[in-house]
Design a protein around this ligand. Structure first.
Ligand code: FPP
Length: 240
């Protein structure tokens, strides 16, 4: 049974297995991503209903550019489709959509749609739905280090200001995203058990739950099972 008093505040998800789902159903890979987009939509709804404060999903990594142009283009088109399908419901549920990562290399139509959704949900005060797009964990750590180094060089800060707190401010989850806080729970679907450059800094004390379910088959019930698993863990943050 879910303990509604111990719902993780921040859940992050590596939505993996769209390609294998497509292969299993003998459909093109992009059809797998389309099914994945639909499951994402259901999970956003359910997480918001459960009272999750932040839901962060890994939609496109800095390494995903290695895929075929057809697949990449398909994913970027799906972002448009997703906003068209879900923007009204995001607003009805008071969900605020934000992007982590530099989405400027995306096609113009996708950028415009993203900015429409971010703009039209910016004043919502419920769950924040954070989409990692062209996101890389090592990259954002380097960017934050560069920003602090720049401030140091300009004499604005001293070496003592190179603190965890200041460092976190310049990550994509920091000031520009309204300071998300670290994920309590990170879920990865499809049986793979690695972080793949996702939230490297932020995952220091996260609980990991891995499930064999392929992302397009991941339902609200599966989400609740992952949260139950999380609730059965004893979090000590390095203490006793
Ligand atoms: C991983 O599965 C999935 C991705 C790289 C893309 C995730 C995209 C979506 C869920 C589509 C919608 C997203 C938005 C923001 C609208 P995979 O292709 O690596 O699967 P495989 O490992 O089985 O090949």
């Amino acid at each position: 049974m879910l303990d509604m008093n111990r719902i993780p505040k921040h859940i992050a998800i590596i939505m993996d297995g769209n390609g294998r789902w497509a292969k299993k159903h003998k459909v093109p890979r992009v059809a797998g991503h389309n099914a994945g987009m639909k499951s994402m939509k259901e999970i956003v709804r359910h997480a918001s209903d459960l009272g999750v404060h932040d839901l962060t999903v890994y939609a496109f990594s800095t390494e995903n550019w290695k895929r075929t142009e057809e697949e990449i283009g398909g994913i970027f088109k799906l972002i448009i489709k997703y906003v068209d399908l879900d923007l009204d419901e995001l607003n009805a549920h008071n969900v605020k959509m934000q992007i982590l990562g530099d989405y400027s290399p995306l096609p113009k139509a996708s950028i415009e749609k993203i900015e429409e959704a971010v703009g039209k949900t910016k004043d919502n005060t419920g769950m924040r739905f954070n989409i990692a797009l062209n996101y890389g964990g090592r990259l954002e750590i380097l960017e934050s280090a560069k920003e602090l180094a720049k401030q140091y060089k300009e004499g604005l800060i001293s070496l003592d200001d190179f603190s965890e707190e200041n460092f976190a401010k310049y990550l994509t989850t920091g000031d520009t995203a309204g300071n998300l806080g670290d994920p309590d729970l990170i879920i990865r679907t499809s049986g793979e058990e690695r972080l793949s450059n996702f939230l490297l800094w932020q995952a220091a004390y996260s609980e990991f739950v891995f499930t064999d379910v392929l992302w397009p088959d991941f339902t609200p019930e599966e989400l609740e099972k992952c949260i139950e698993e999380y609730q059965s863990r004893d979090r000590r943050y390095g203490g006793r």
